[in-house]
Design a protein around this ligand. Structure first.
Ligand SMILES: N[C@@H](CCC(=O)N[C@@H](CS)C(=O)NCC(=O)O)C(=O)O
Length: 207
C-alpha cells in the first residue's frame, strides 16, 4: 500500500495516524507541494483534484479524500475502532471531523492561500489564514465533549483530524491558549506511538 502525500499536509497526516493506529504497513510517496508536484501529470492521473493524500492499494485502486480513506480503513480494519457503535455518537464524530476537513481546512490550503496572495498580497494571505483558522477552531472548541479525547473517553476519528489542524494553526500564528480544550485533546495523544510516528518530522520527505 502506498500513501501519496507531503510531510506537512494535514490531510495526509490524518491518514498517517489512522494507518499507524490500525497497524497497516505503508510506503510513503512524497509530492512536494512547495514546487507544485501535486499537479504533475502523473499524479493528476491518480487524483484529478491535484491534492494529497491519495492511497494506492496493492491492486492499483486509488482512494482520494482523507476522510474517505479513513472510512475505508475503518471498514476494512475495524480494530481498533475509530467510530463509536452508537449512531448518534458516530454522527457527532463525523460532524466534528467535517467541521475541520470540509469547512475550516479548504479555505487555507496552499492553493487557496496562493490565490488570496495573488488577489490581495502576502499580508492579506497571512491575515486570511490566521483569521479563518482561529474562527474555525473557536467553533470546534465549542463542539468538544469532556475529554480526555475530542468526544469523550475513547479515541475517535475526530482526534485524528484535530491534532494536525492545531499544528497548522501554530504555523499561522494562531494563539492556541484561547482553546484550552483543544490543547488538552492534543496533550492526551502526544505520547501515543501512532501519533508520534505520523508527525511531519518523522516523515522521509521532512525538510
Ligand atoms: N478534502 C481533501 C483536502 C486535500 C487537500 O487540500 N490537501 C492539501 C494538503 S493538506 C493539498 O494537496 N494542497 C495542495 C494545493 O492546495 O495545491 C482531503 O481531506 O483529502
Amino acid at each position: 500500500m502506498r500513501l501519496h502525500g507531503y510531510f506537512r499536509s494535514t490531510a495526509t497526516w490524518r491518514v498517517r495516524i489512522g494507518l499507524h493506529l490500525k497497524g497497516v504497513a505503508f510506503e510513503t510517496v512524497a509530492h512536494d507541494l512547495r514546487v507544485g508536484a501535486q499537479r504533475a501529470p502523473g499524479y493528476m492521473a491518480m487524483n484529478p483534484q491535484g491534492l494529497v493524500p491519495a492511497l494506492e492499494l496493492p491492486d492499483g485502486s486509488v482512494i482520494t479524500q482523507s476522510l474517505a480513506i479513513l472510512e475505508w480503513l475503518e471498514e476494512t480494519h475495524p480494530v481498533p475502532a475509530l467510530l463509536p457503535a452508537d449512531p448518534l455518537a458516530r454522527a457527532r464524530v463525523r460532524a466534528l471531523a467535517l467541521a475541520i476537513a470540509a469547512d475550516l481546512h479548504p479555505v487555507q490550503t496552499v492553493g487557496a492561500l496562493k490565490r488570496v496572495e495573488a488577489l490581495a498580497g502576502a499580508d492579506a494571505a497571512r491575515a486570511w489564514a490566521h483569521d479563518t483558522v482561529a474562527a474555525g477552531l473557536g467553533a470546534v472548541e465549542a463542539m468538544l465533549a469532556p475529554g480526555p479525547h475530542a468526544l469523550g473517553a475513547a479515541l475517535t476519528l475526530a482526534d485524528l483530524v484535530v491534532v494536525p489542524q492545531l499544528a497548522n494553526a501554530r504555523r499561522f500564528g494562531v494563539d492556541l491558549a484561547r482553546f484550552p480544550k483543544l490543547l488538552a485533546v492534543e496533550a492526551a495523544v502526544a505520547g501515543h506511538p501512532a501519533f508520534i510516528a505520523a508527525r511531519p518530522e518523522a516523515q522521509p520527505d521532512f525538510g
